[in-house]
Design a protein around this ligand. Structure first.
Ligand code: BGC
Length: 757
């Protein structure tokens, strides 16, 4: 945006010139918990920053309905649910709605989206994050950001970076190798920052490879700004800064909330000692002034005007698109309106639709299944039983539930994780549902002709003990205040389900990739699984899972045909496939595009999501979808040369309904940037060069004469293999010794130069 230079809108440098050094220093720390410092008389308005990712929270926290002091706001589906929509247009619309809500409640910057990778399913804050996959996370976060910022409100993508657990979140150091950092943990942020262009980025509490994020120059300046071109404000997570001088030097502009003068005093000392210069202060202050002039100007354009009713309706649409039908045996769903139904479980009258901690929204109202079922059935067709009142089994509630279930055609079981189980601030201990919910599923399944489990939870759970007993499973995640309405729309077939999992559902906790290296000890957690996160790990190990990444059923069926891939230039590829709805109902299909490098020097995943498209296909019709891939979709991080690389060769592009339901595939040949990323120097094993006939002939000649190998004596057949392997494994430089000096250092250089050509 271009800044105007009249008196009310001074440019950042004009505004800076009107401030004393003290005033500039004060700008770099919050004025209070949620406000920044401002000097309205000099055209710099203070800003209000508020959580959060799925509704304006104003610090509302804790329980389901938030604290009464916070203004009420609409609670949209959390990232764990929104991500299951696989719908970037919808994510953008939800983002725009957040802007409307922010403008109504006087908020200039929304603290979200959160987009850390779900490394372990135990992460207490997984409900606030999108996925185990960086591409899906990045594309959805970029869409939310673009939507919110189009409404004249800033965003703060968080928590940068590698903040994947709540355990010891303030002090833990994530020890992660460079390839995993680039390909998994930073990639989503990179997409969000370069495509979504957020106004601010929030620096995380934790350290990465020993350096606290708020003091991490490499992350906050070299990667974020210099490589990705971020030009906004870096704000600290609340209370994350311990040393504001170090933070400023690393690239943190704004410390939040106020450190009550502690940071300012340290900055003054550092200015006096020469550790900081006034230019360091000016740089951060100018960015904060720019932010304020973009978002706190009194005359910024109006956001899209939406009434509260429209926003509530949007919350329901997003929930409809996000609910995942995991299982549907014997076509149990959708239900006929002639059925009698037992609604069982307290969540039927008090659904769990958001998680605990800073993202809490104080809602004015929320839908319940008990109310919503009236749209489909008469009161005589419905029984209700509470089923549980805590995590512990309550036998009389259980007995009531059994009676209700035995009197109905179908039991709709509303179960999941309780509020205390998943929250900011701590991780989960198991993947299990609470004892009372498990007992309820068992008891109801024993008497009910049909059982539908309706899951309310923000992260994956273990279904092993009850999965085979139930007929259908609907996964709501934490779907916002209208999730109950959306659920019944799907249960009764008003809406055809189209959500897809954004995280693999493992069979058991012990199967998960980070199981042996979580939660860490002595202040560090080692990400030894490296890039093998989520489906990359399960697919590599060919492990069975409960539900794979990208899975979700529909009330119709789709067939794929005519996959095509066209290469343009070197590494741009257009992928096309025809998708036919062969069932009887219209519906959305989520077409997923995965890439695999057939032959590569470094281990690469069996498949990696590189594109997707959610498309509406009327019954009987065929739609051709197109997905564009670019060079980064084929590249990996070359740790030796520290850059993205593509090795020339064949890549398989798989197109499917889920990561384990590939329905079409096609290959492309890419020229790439290099034939191989192998390290080529004097220490390279000779075997790597033997494909070069001239070199091979020379090696054979020297070897034959080498005293090491008997000076030309015949090698017995049974020793030939070992001799060859020994030679193959020897570094090139050993040729000098093997050849008794006949092959000099200069000859080695010459060979290397020739092979490099
Ligand atoms: C959380 C952030 C949040 C901030 C302000 C912190 O504890 O980690 O996600 O935006 O508080 O509420």
């Amino acid at each position: 945006m271009t800044l105007q230079s009249d008196h009310s809108h001074p440019t950042a440098s004009q505004a800076l010139a009107r401030l004393t050094i003290e005033e500039k220093i004060a700008l770099l720390s919050g004025a209070s918990s949620w406000q920044t410092v401002g000097y309205p008389d000099r055209g710099i308005n203070p800003m209000t920053l508020s959580d959060g990712p799925h509704g304006i929270g104003w610090g509302a926290s804790g329980d389901q309905t938030g604290t009464p002091q916070a203004p009420t706001a609409v609670c949209f589906p959390t990232a764990s649910a929104l991500s299951c929509s696989w719908d970037t247009a919808l994510a953008r619309t939800q983002g725009a709605a957040l802007a409307t809500e922010a403008r109504r409640t006087g908020v200039e910057v929304v603290l979200g989206p959160g987009m850390n990778i779900k490394r372990t399913p135990l992460g207490g804050r997984n409900f606030e994050y999108f996925s185990e996959d960086p591409y899906l996370s990045g594309r959805l976060a970029a869409a939310v950001i673009a939507g919110t910022e189009s409404g004249g409100v800033g965003t703060s993508v968080k928590h940068f970076a590698v903040n994947n657990q709540e355990y010891d979140r303030f002090t833990i150091s994530a020890e992660v190798d460079e390839r995993a950092l680039r390909e998994i943990y930073l990639r989503g942020f990179e997409i969000a920052v370069t495509e979504g262009r957020p106004a601010t980025v929030m620096a995380a509490y934790n350290a990465v490879n020993g350096i606290p994020c708020t003091e991490n120059h490499r992350l906050m300046t070299e990667i974020l700004r210099d490589e990705w071109g971020f030009d906004g404000v870096v704000v600290s997570d609340w209370g994350a800064v311990s040393d504001q001088v170090a933070a400023l030097k690393a690239g943190i502009d704004l410390e939040m909330p106020s450190s009550n003068g502690v940071g300012a005093a340290a900055i003054r000392d550092a200015l006096r000692s020469g550790e900081l210069s006034e230019a360091d202060i000016d740089r951060a202050a100018a960015r904060i002034i720019e932010l304020s002039s973009r978002f706190a100007a009194r005359d910024r354009p109006d956001p899209v005007a939406s009434s509260e009713a429209e926003l509530v309706e949007l919350a329901r649409t997003v929930a409809q698109q996000s609910i995942v039908l995991l299982r549907n045996e014997r076509d149990t769903l959708p239900l006929a309106r002639t059925s009698t139904v037992a609604l069982i479980g307290e969540f039927a009258q008090k659904p769990r639709f958001q998680g605990g901690g800073s993202s809490g929204v104080n809602v004015a109202s929320y839908a319940t299944a008990r109310d919503e079922i009236g749209r489909f059935l008469s009161p005589e067709q419905v029984r209700y039983a509470r089923g549980y009142d805590s995590e512990q089994v309550n036998q009389s509630l259980l007995d009531e539930a059994v009676t209700a279930a035995s009197e109905a055609d179908v039991a709709l079981l509303f179960v999941g994780l309780t509020e205390m189980t998943e929250s900011e601030g701590y991780d989960r201990e198991t993947l299990s549902l609470p004892a009372s919910h498990l007992a309820l599923i068992d008891a109801v399944c024993a008497v009910s002709p049909r059982t539908v489990v309706i899951l309310h939870k923000g992260s994956v759970i273990d279904m092993a003990t009850w999965h085979e007993k139930v007929d259908a499973i609907l996964d709501l995640n934490l779907g916002g205040q209208q999730v109950a309405a959306a659920t019944l729309d799907i249960v009764f077939g008003e809406v055809n389900p189209s959500g897809r999992t954004s995280e693999t559902v493992p069979l058991r906790l012990e199967d998960t990739p980070a199981y042996v290296d979580y939660p860490g000890a002595q202040r560090s957690v080692h990400y030894r699984e490296s890039i093998w996160v989520g489906y990359r790990y399960y697919d590599r190990r060919k492990m069975p899972v409960a539900y794979p990444f990208g899975h979700g059923l529909s009330y119709t069926e789709f067939e794929y045909s005519d996959p095509r891939a066209t290469v343009h230039g070197n590494e741009n590829v257009t992928v096309e496939v025809a998708v036919r709805n062969v069932g009887e109902r219209d519906g959305f299909e989520v077409v997923q595009v995965y890439v695999h490098d057939d032959i590569s020097t470094v281990p690469r995943p069996e498949r990696e999501l590189r594109g997707f498209s959610k498309v509406w296909v009327p019954a009987g019709e065929t739609i051709t979808i197109r997905v564009e891939l670019d060079r980064r979709d084929f590249a990996f991080w070359d740790e030796h040369r520290n850059h993205w690389a593509i090795e020339s060769g064949t890549f398989t592009i798989e197109i499917g309904h889920s990561s384990r339901d590939i329905r079409a595939s096609v290959s492309v040949e890419l020229a790439g940037d290099t034939h191989s990323v192998e390290i080529v120097d004097r220490r390279t094993p000779m075997g790597h060069f033997l494909g070069d006939p001239e070199f091979a002939a020379m090696v054979t000649r020297f070897m034959a004469a080498s005293p090491l190998l008997g000076g030309g004596a015949e090698i017995p057949p049974e020793a030939q293999r070992i001799v060859t392997e020994v030679i193959n494994g020897m570094p090139l430089e050993k040729l000098r010794i093997v050849s008794a000096g006949a092959f000099s250092n200069d000859d080695i250089d010459e060979v290397l130069a020739r092979l490099a050509r």
